[in-house]
Design a protein around this ligand. Sequence first.
Ligand code: GRG
Length: 302
Amino acid sequence: MKKLKNNKIKNNKLFLDKYQEYKDLVNNRLEKIIDKNDESCVAQAMRYSLNIGGKRIRPVLTLAFCESCFGFKQEALDIACAIEMIHTYSLIHDDLPCMDDDNFRRGWPACHIKFGQAIALLAGDGLLTDAFNLISKSNIEPSIKINIIKILSEATGSKKMIFGQELDINKKTKTSSKILDKINKLKTCELIKASAVLGCLVAKTNKNKILAASRFGEALGLAFQIKDDIIDVTGRQEIIGKPVMSDKNNGKLTYVDLIGESEAEKKVEELSKEAINILKKEFEGKIDFLIDLTNFLLNRES
Ligand code: GRG
């Protein structure tokens, strides 16, 4: 078992075992969702991008929030997998030459490098569409299912995640930390917020907790993105799975450019504290894993 350098996590082994348990659940289910004997090249590309690693933060959040609200993680599993499929689609499209033009993802050749641009484009489309098909077939009460589809399609649709990507690729708009916050809230936080909220919805929890999960997701999402900017500058290629400074060399303005590395680290710390306080205030009971996960992300190296 990999040792964590994070000293804020109360019990590393307990945390890592639980994290692995959630990841195994998601990985095993994803393995079954796209048949490995499917003859289609697009299906192979979808499987490739889903299986080359990734921290599985978003589906793990869904399962953990469901359990924190005393729901059953098995009931949230297909929703969690759908979220990871949407996340993977966004990474495939983000790496294309017409977007960020990155050759590596998760330490492996990006989907379009391995399969060519046309197949990569279709693999992203396939993952997005199949994600909603998976949700539609899940064994969840119809009214909750419709709400889940509404929230997830809004979070990842043209007014939120996709608009964030539009602003992100339009470099002229990035002039202040206010604008950078706006881009990151749309591009990164919306899906993280939805991941937390959907876990609560499956558990049929109350409105206050759903709102709290959304506030938690926003604070964690921003901390996560700022940490991502820091790692882009300070990380090691063999750990982050792509060349160091790939965002910077793409001409992207990041928090590190705007406020410097040590202020950026402070901001990550503040936002993580805010996220943890929301958990402590609004969720009684099973929140140890979520607190540890927040600290883990604050100290991650990739
Ligand atoms: C619709 C094309 C399109 C994009 C939407 C999400 C997104 C915008 C682009 C993906 C690229 C990116 C760097 C987004 C910022 C959020 C972020 C830090 C993503 C990486 O997420 P991790 O670290 O990745 O969870 P793994 O590989 O661990 O799953």
